[in-house]
Ligand binder design. Structure first.
Ligand code: AMP
Ligand code: MN
Ligand code: ZN
Length: 680
């Protein structure tokens, strides 16, 4: 149970996917049965004088010696795993028992540790996270900086490099040995494709209507109702918040206390402190690469006096007590561009917001030339934020100092910006009236009503995806795209990984377009090879073979039916709640030059370079040209190529296919026996 636990760390994830999952209930039941059988059988063996008598029989004696040697060897192996290196065979019976007791103690201790770890009481004793600062140079000439979501996409907006369309350096702060936070979440993540996301809120402070959760039909499909819809509908800003106010210039970061909230006690204290504030600023940091729906990793809150960094991974199940503050209509919550934050808050932390002021909405209302937070900071605080860490892996713990500073800066100045913008709105309103301010508050309140929708795969989802790409596919290629698309979606849900981690869009399109006849052709479309492509190569291969078998008809998609073939013209509908400008995971990136943690020098490239080599070697023996490498006398290799017929290649690749098929069958059998055992 414990020796494989280290699989929860990043580099080992690959093996995790090939290992069949164990049902612990039946595992321990079976184990118990085996142990009691063993005891019964051993009790049935003759003892004392009877035993000596039986020993006269040669065959009895042989069986007993062989079996006891086998058992002692097994025990030695088990003890060795737990670093007990004594040889049990050479010990007296008393010493043997002592050794076994010692071994059992160690095993039980480990079991206890693992249970604590699973319950989130104790963190795994891991190697420290090795933070890697990967700098990538990406040309900024695509759609990203042409949207008005400059803030979201901004990598140094309007920098000279950008103007000149030169590659811009982007820092991807990532790390090795990052624990998958999902492994210690108490709530079960439901990635299923057939059931809408379900709110987990259990307590509804500041309510007008008691908490009731029910399913509704919406234009985006079935969804649970928004628990605070009524309160948001009836929300009225306080008279005080509609008044002009002299902005309070924020203190420097150095002069502002930073509180890191990592325990329930600290959190409760924070709630008490926040009660006395009229306005607070809030922001979130999110991770979407190694999870299907995404994970909120950090919450920043600033008051006029203090900055708080709240570990939303550790306190995921506790944070809903902040609803007391977040839904209190007399406290203004300032966000910048909260469309995603609102969804992340409800999805991960059961938090909702009543009385929000979104500075992004205000900048829009005021008709500013840019709407990013970076722009507002520059304009009003003469502060140029270092947006380099925007794409950092926010799961890293402990959080590096650079990230802490970066995160603080997102809320530290926000209250001041709010006050300035509020005055500006009042000034530009109808003869100094509050109509513009009210409009911004109304729009912010609409943002609060946004619901989180789980991504749902529909029959024709792949066609939406296809329409956005620049390629023209015939029916075979479309067939491959359809089935690879749903294969990727299914695997991502099962493994709780993003679609991009399973197979980046450009690789998916490349494979569907080229329809490689052989497995190494699939690998050739992928650089680097995603770990789950490696372990599911055969399934992908079968999909492509089937696609190739389809009778070829003329391209079925006409050019003019492909409305937005060019990504650069592709308009983002920001009012669509499914659209999450922060979150790249579900957005088609058709450019191969976008930053992805899949790129070289990051995460699994380091881990899987060798794997890739091995795999390619395994398969390359079976390519059209067979190279019979025979070393020359000087040690160099003479490569002679011999052309192989397709049948010969098939024969060579067969053993690989067979082992892969056997693995798959084993996995399926496991799954079936599990579902049989599971009570319905
Ligand atoms: P922010 O509101 O700027 O602090 O962003 C919150 C989260 O949105 C970040 O932690 C990222 O996960 C995500 N995000 C922000 N900007 C980008 C971007 N340009 N590309 C992808 N994700 C982003
Ligand atoms: Mn934000
Ligand atoms: Zn932020």
């Amino acid at each position: 149970m414990s020796s494989k636990k280290s699989n929860d760390t990043e580099p080992m994830d690959v093996t995790e996917t090939t290992r069949p999952k164990i049902d612990f209930d039946s595992f321990s039941k079976d184990g118990y049965k085996m142990a009691s059988n063993g005891i019964r059988n051993s009790n049935a063996l003759p003892s004392d004088t009877d035993f000596n008598f039986y020993q006269i029989n040669e065959s009895f004696k042989k069986i007993m010696t062989d079996e006891s040697n086998r058992l002692l060897n097994l025990m030695n192996n088990i003890l060795k795993t737990y670093n007990i290196n004594d040889n049990i065979k050479t010990k007296s019976p008393e010493e043997k028992i002592e050794l076994i007791v010692e071994g059992n103690d160690m095993i039980l201790e480990r079991v206890g540790d693992n249970i604590d770890e699973m319950n989130g009481i104790k963190k795994k004793n891991l190697q420290p996270v090795e933070v890697q600062n990967v700098v990538q140079h990406i040309p900024i000439n695509g759609a990203w900086n042409k949207t008005n979501n400059n803030k979201l996409m901004n990598i140094n907006t309007n920098s000279p490099a950008e103007k000149a369309n030169l590659p811009v350096a982007v820092h991807l702060l990532t790390g090795k040995n990052i624990i998958r936070p999902q492994t210690y979440f108490k709530d079960k993540i439901d990635n299923s494709n057939n059931y809408p996301w379900q709110p987990r809120i259990t307590d509804k402070p500041n309510s007008i209507k008691p908490l009731a959760l029910y399913l509704e039909e919406t234009e985006f499909g079935e969804s649970y109702c928004h628990p605070y819809e009524m309160e948001l509908d009836q929300f009225q800003p306080t008279p005080e918040q509609l008044l002009k106010q002299k902005p309070i210039v924020p203190k420097s970061l150095e002069d502002t206390p930073l509180h890191e909230i990592n325990t329930v006690e600290d959190l409760k204290e924070l709630v008490e402190k926040l009660r006395s504030h009229k306005v607070i600023a809030v922001d979130l940091e999110h991770h979407s690469y190694r999870s299907f729906m995404g994970i909120t990793c950090l919450m920043q809150i600033s008051t006029i006096e203090d900055d708080y960094l709240i570990d939303t991974l550790l306190l995921r199940d506790e944070l809903s007590i902040l609803n007391e503050i977040f839904t209190r209509p007399s406290i203004v919550k300032v966000f910048h561009g909260a469309d995603c934050d609102v969804q992340w808050l409800q999805r991960d932390l059961s938090l909702y917001v009543v009385n929000m002021f979104d500075t992004h909405q205000a900048a829009k209302q005021l008709g500013y030339s840019a709407l990013s937070l970076a722009y507002l900071l520059q304009r009003f605080c003469k502060f140029q934020p270092n947006k380099h860490f925007q794409l950092a892996d926010w799961r890293i713990r402990p959080l590096p100092d650079e990230l802490k500073t970066y995160a603080r800066e997102d809320t530290h100045y926000l209250i001041y910006i709010y006050q300035v913008l509020k005055n500006e709105l009042l000034k530009q309103g109808n003869k100094g009236a509050d109509n513009l301010l009210l409009s911004v508050i109304q729009k912010s309140t609409e943002v609060c009503k946004k619901r989180y929708y789980k991504p749902i795969l529909k029959e024709d989802s792949y066609l939406d995806f296809y329409r956005k790409c620049k390629r023209m596919f015939d029916n075979r290629q479309l067939y491959a795209l359809k089935f690879l698309y749903s294969w990727r979606d299914k695997l991502a849900r099962e493994e709780d990984e993003s679609l991009q981690y399973i197979l980046p869009n450009h690789m998916l399109l490349q494979i569907s377009e080229l329809l490689p006849k052989e497995m190494q052709g699939i690998l050739a479309c992928c650089n680097p090879i995603p770990p789950l492509v490696k372990s599911n190569l055969l399934e992908m291969h079968h999909i492509i073979l089937k696609a190739r078998e389809q009778p070829l008809v003329k391209p079925i998609m006409k050019e003019n039916t492909r409305t937005s073939g060019n990504v650069q013209n592709h308009k983002i509908n920001t009012s669509n709640p499914l659209h999450c400008p922060h979150d790249w995971t579900y957005q088609p990136d058709f450019r191969d030059d976008l930053p992805t943690l899949l790129n070289s020098k990051t995460e699994f490239d380091l881990e899987h370079k060798n794997e890739k080599l091995k795999l390619e070697q395994k398969l390359s023996n079976h390519s059209t040209f067979n190279s019979n490498d025979t070393p020359n006398l000087d040690g160099s290799k003479k490569v002679s190529l011999r052309i192989l017929s397709p049948y010969e290649r098939y024969k060579l690749v067969r053993p690989f296919v067979e082992t892969e098929e056997a693995k798959k069958k084993l996995k399926q059998d496991e799954k079936e026996s599990l579902s049989k055992k599971e009570p319905t």
